[in-house]
Design a protein around this ligand. Structure first.
Ligand code: NCD
Length: 311
């Protein structure tokens, strides 16, 4: 594949192939010498217009462990803070001869636009409220390791759905893999037009977390994205936690085999309590670890793949 812009670009076989490669890549993490020669001589630029801890550093490690040259350009400290446009910044970086641009941007669709301007591969590392495909892939990877095949498994995605690109990519990825998805949020944090979307794509929605809880194989908690909120979406943080937080009581109501996911960063005490975040069945740190392996796989399939690879 040339780019990874949306989970919609990938069919089931391609998703499984990316996850299989990630399994092979994951071994590197446990070696003393964390280096494969696969992308020697290739250059990857992380172009981050929005803050990030996990995604940026895992893309950086992924590139480095595959022996690519990796540089990071962030909006702060670059000419973006002097008013340079996205097009000029992307064209400037591309003109240096890079092979892949990993882009995070506050505008939905920005990576797709850049893909039209430059010859390099473009990987979407999160665009506005649109998509975050590598996050969905690493979530699927982690869930499959804990639960096995996701076909028929029931996954709830809970929280601030309106502002979440992780939700959009996960919905596509999980349905591609045959999971049953229920979205849980207060009415104010359900994306507009969700019922039409739900009918068309065959997922459920609910405002009642407690009713959904006992039927789950996995619960994915999403962060309340205060920085994207202009008004009041819920009366008080306390009320949000009472209605939609993964609290100690809810943890007890979750089936014993069910796992807990959160893409991070977490608002501990708001959407998830310490009991749940640090529980044995929480896979939150496994998600972070898988993030490097999955991004190695994505870089491999965009930059080094030959015969028989994903597109
Ligand atoms: C997410 C993001 O930035 O979209 N985080 C991440 O990539 N790990 C979710 C979030 O910001 O809440």
């Amino acid at each position: 594949m040339k780019h990874l812009l949306s989970m919609k670009d990938l069919d089931r076989d391609q998703v499984l192939q990316l996850l299989d490669t990630a399994t092979a890549m994951h071994d590197v993490q446990h070696r003393e010498v964390k280096k494969l020669p696969t992308l020697r001589g290739r250059t990857v630029v992380n172009l981050f217009f929005e803050d990030s801890t996990r995604t940026r550093s895992s893309f950086e490690l992924a590139g480095k462990w595959l022996s690519a040259d990796v540089i990071n350009v962030s909006a702060k400290g670059s000419s973006v803070s002097k008013g340079e446009s996205l097009r000029d910044t992307a064209m400037t970086v591309a003109a240096m001869g890079v092979d892949a641009l990993v882009i995070r941007h506050h505008a939905s669709g920005a990576p797709a636009q850049v893909a039209g301007w430059v010859g390099a591969s473009v990987i979407n590392a999160g665009d506005g409220t649109h998509e975050h495909p590598t996050q969905a892939l690493l979530d699927a990877y982690t869930m499959r390791r804990r639960l096995g095949d996701l076909e028929g498994k029931h996954v709830a995605i809970v929280g601030d759905l309106t502002h979440s690109r992780v939700l959009r990519s996960n919905l596509i990825c999980l349905s591609t893999l045959g999971a049953r998805v229920t979205l849980v949020a207060p009415p104010t944090l359900m994306p507009a037009g969700i019922s039409t979307w739900a009918k068309q794509d065959g997922f459920a929605t609910s405002h009642d977390f407690d009713e959904v809880l006992p039927t789950l194989d996995a619960v994915m908690m999403l962060r309340v994205q205060k920085e994207r909120m202009s008004g009041g979406y819920f009366p008080t943080p306390r009320e949000y936690t009472v209605g939609y937080g993964l609290t100690r009581d809810r943890l007890a109501a979750l089936p014993e085999h069910a796992v807990i996911a959160h893409p991070g960063p977490m608002n501990r005490g708001l959407e998830i309590t310490a009991d749940a975040a640090d529980a044995a069945r929480s896979m939150i740190l496994d998600q972070v670890s898988a993030g490097v392996a999955v991004r190695m796989s994505v870089l491999y399939h965009t930059l080094a793949s030959g015969e028989g690879s994903v597109r």
